[in-house]
Design a protein around this ligand. Sequence first.
Ligand code: MTE
Ligand code: CO
Length: 376
Amino acid sequence: MQDLGDGVDARPYGMPSGHEAHVVRRDVPWLTADPVSSVNFTPLHELDGIITPNGLCFERHHAGVAEVDPARHRLMINGLVDTPLVFTMEDIKRFPRENRLYFLECAANSGMEWRGAQLNGCQFTHGMVHCVMYTGVPLRHLLNEAGVRTNARWIMPEGADASAMTRSIPLKKAMDDCLVAFAMNGEALRPEQGYPLRIVVPGWEGNMWVKWLRRIEVGDAPWHHREETSKYTDLMENGKARRFTWEMDVKSVITNPSPQAPITHGKGHTVLTGLAWSGRGTVERVDVSLDGGRNWRPARIDGGSHPMALHRFYHEFDWDGSPLLLQSRAVDSDGHVQPTKKALRAVRGENSIYHNNGIQTWHVRAGGEVENVEVS
Ligand code: MTE
Ligand code: CO
């Protein structure tokens, strides 16, 4: 065996302190129909800053984690192109690459809260989001290499997993800022995030970010596949469904205090913190309320403001020990204001699952315990 040098073989890949063993992805048993069609949630209340560590990024797979050998993996581009092409991983890495920080939010994040407060913890109500630095090749380089025909308007990425996940994406978006990414936070994608290749669709529904990317078809019309008809559409009150609602709207949540992170220090100096994001640009401001939305004060954004990435906010205050109703409300660079749940239901009705960006309320009791509630 190769001599790795002193100490290197004792901890070849660093792990967190044993005291942090509780900081893990968690699932909600009744939401996990089967281990292979599963979802788990990012422990947002245990994190700080704006980057999600790779091992804590929530996972959503419709048919398990595909095991792909990068040496044998291929990406095919076919359809309305001059020259259908097949790329190896090595071919892809010979194109100019970019580094971009983006959040990925599942369209179903907070979906279980549509009809009322249900899950006790921001990990479960808001944990289908993560934010990492992707390294990848702009998709337009690969499409230009194949030569997109003049009548092309759409692309359809396809995954190599058993679900063969497919979504229709407008060619305009594909040529604008989509990436074919092979690294996250500086290292190779994790298997559960699509190793060795995934498409990055900044600001848009997580479902479109096809993992284990093996094929991109170019076409002149959307494909109307399962994930954009039966699923990932928004059933309105009149029985009609909104379709192709790609952008993830401006949203925020207070991560501390929250049900899994109560106030344990008693009254006095308290640091409130949380996350805000928008699929339409940067977050311009976050306001927080301690009294259920009657009075608002600006929070402090710290850690950088990148378009379509998580933003970290803080609000330091002196807690007098009385009960609080904590809320946060974000405003994005496109002028959108995060709505109350009441306002959202007035427009969208009660039948939706996807795209719930309503304002979250946490009730802090005098003892510091926190619960998920709604105020009218
Ligand atoms: N891609 C493939 N191939 N298979 C999948 O099941 N799930 C989608 C998307 N891409 C999925 C996929 C959904 S619904 C989401 S929210 C994101 O991947 C989740 O990405 P993550 O597991 O890296 O958090
Ligand atoms: Co999803």
